[in-house]
Design a protein around this ligand. Structure first.
Ligand code: AMP
Ligand code: MG
Length: 429
């Protein structure tokens, strides 16, 4: 099935027709991700101070307002000279001194040299710098011990960047080098894509908030915190809405509040056995469902819809499912909204240390532990793969994507893995 824009209508209708049933409309992981990425809007621009632009995406080209370097300057401590005056073994009289930071431009007395420091303005009439170590101090001047190449050790005006050149392109991700470049050109504010404000709604009468006394029958709303953390990690802004109780009124009220943000994420209440409050209430407040259920495990019951250009993700409540579906389906969407072009993580090929088996029919996200030895990524199961086991997720630093129909993955076989942490393969010491 084609999940491009034109076919969303069909997909939606079929999804509606198949509600509550195990219908044929179960997009594959790739189809679900494509539907999401084709539906989400790009956010607008805002101007932020330079340091706040770190990790964000430029909305427009930034042009250099002047040449860089702005003036010819010395790359060495030594002597500024005119190359034509130099010959090996010759002596030049030293007639001046230019320290770094001196703002005036001095000039060369013909046939002489000017002592100069790194970064200082080249005196007019000079085209070359002789490093101090290539000279010898003599009573009547400096002796040139080495051959002098014309123009050596001078950083000429505009040799790095010409006025008007684009120094940071639209859609570039701003990191320390871009910040250095922008700062060098006096750019104190930068136009970047807005941060996505992402509302997080937890649902279910079994939930209590962090800080409340745990009792049998209740669990702490930990998903709100881990979603907020994952949202913050990619530079977006979480808005924790709290808990919708198991009533339509409570759901609708909180959902309406959530739709004031740029994105709404709900957790729990979308599984097959659920009362379906989440999807029903979203439909009631006008969220158009684009799919429900993806043929992945964990995360199968995930639903996705749109209302007036705002994406709504309904993730299953199991903490492991919530985190994996966020990582695989929500994260790319938020990155795209915030202007990123590269939104899909590459897979690394990891070699299985031991055999893994699964049932056919769904793509499995296996929580794995990755170790890098001599450049080879080795994958071991991070532990019990039951969706209810959170500790396996804590141990994991990667998610292996095991294709749908294959059931046996032998030791020594390569599997595609999404790395979850930036320190994979780093050494301790
Ligand atoms: P559900 O997706 O509603 O079937 O929920 C699956 C499991 O996730 C249940 O065992 C819930 O207790 C648990 N769960 C639901 N919401 C949360 C939450 N906000 N934080 C942590 N666990 C949750
Ligand atoms: Mg539930």
């Amino acid at each position: 099935m084609d999940f491009r824009r034109g076919s969303l209508y069909t997909l939606r209708n079929e999804a509606v027709k198949n509600r509550g049933k195990r219908g044929p409309v179960m997009p594959s992981f790739e189809e679900a991700r494509r539907t999401i990425l084709e539906s989400v809007p790009m956010l607008g621009a805002e101007r932020v101070d330079l340091l706040s632009a770190l990790g964000r995406v430029a909305t427009e080209d930034v042009a250099a307002p002047w040449d860089m370097p702005f003036y010819d300057n010395s790359a060495m401590d030594g002597f500024a000279v005119r190359a034509a005056d130099c010959r090996t073994g010759g002596i030049l009289r030293v007639t001046g001194y230019v320290p770094a930071g001196e703002t005036g431009v001095s000039s060369l007395t013909p046939g002489c040299a000017v002592r100069i420091m790194t970064g200082a303005v080249i005196p007019s009439g000079c085209d070359t710098v002789i490093p101090i170590e290539d000279t010898e101090e003599r009573a009547d001047g400096i002796l040139l011990r080495e051959k002098v190449d014309p123009r050596q050790h001078v950083r000429f005006r505009g040799e790095d960047v010409r006025s008007g050149d684009t120094v940071v392109s639209a859609r570039a991700v701003i990191g320390p080098p871009e910040i250095n470049m922008l700062a060098s050109f006096g750019k104190a504010v930068v136009p970047v894509y807005r941060k996505a404000r992402v509302a997080i709604l937890s649902t279910g009468d079994e939930l209590i908030e962090l800080g409340e006394q745990p009792v049998t029958g209740k669990i702490i709303n930990s998903n709100a915190l881990s979603l907020a953390a994952a949202i913050r990690e990619i530079g977006a802004e979480p808005v924790i809405l709290g808990i919708a109780r198991d009533s339509r009124e409570s759901h609708r009220e909180k959902m309406a509040e959530g739709l004031k943000a740029d994105v709404l994420i709900t957790s729990a209440g979308v599984s097959a056995g659920d009362l379906d409050l989440v999807r029903d209430c979203l439909a009631e407040i006008g969220v158009r469902q684009l799919f429900w259920k993806v043929d992945i495990k964990p995360g199968g019951p995930t639903a996705f819809g749109m209302k007036e250009g705002k994406p709504v993700f309904s993730l299953p409540g199991n903490p492991v499912s919530t985190m994996i579906t966020f990582e695989e389906l929500v994260r790319p969407a938020l990155l795209r909204m915030m202007g990123h072009r590269r939104v899909i993580k590459p897979y690394v090929r990891a070699v299985l240390r031991s055999e893994v088996r699964k049932k056919p029919g769904k793509m499995h996200f296996l929580r794995v532990r990755i170790e890098v030895e001599n450049g080879v990524h080795w994958a071991t199961s991070a532990g019990d793969q039951n969706t209810g086991i959170l500790s396996t997720m804590v141990r994991a630093n990667g998610i292996a994507a095991l294709p749908k129909e294959k059931t046996v993955f032998s030791a020594g076989e390569e599997v595609p893995v999404h790395l979850l942490r930036g320190d994979v393969g780093m050494t301790e010491e």
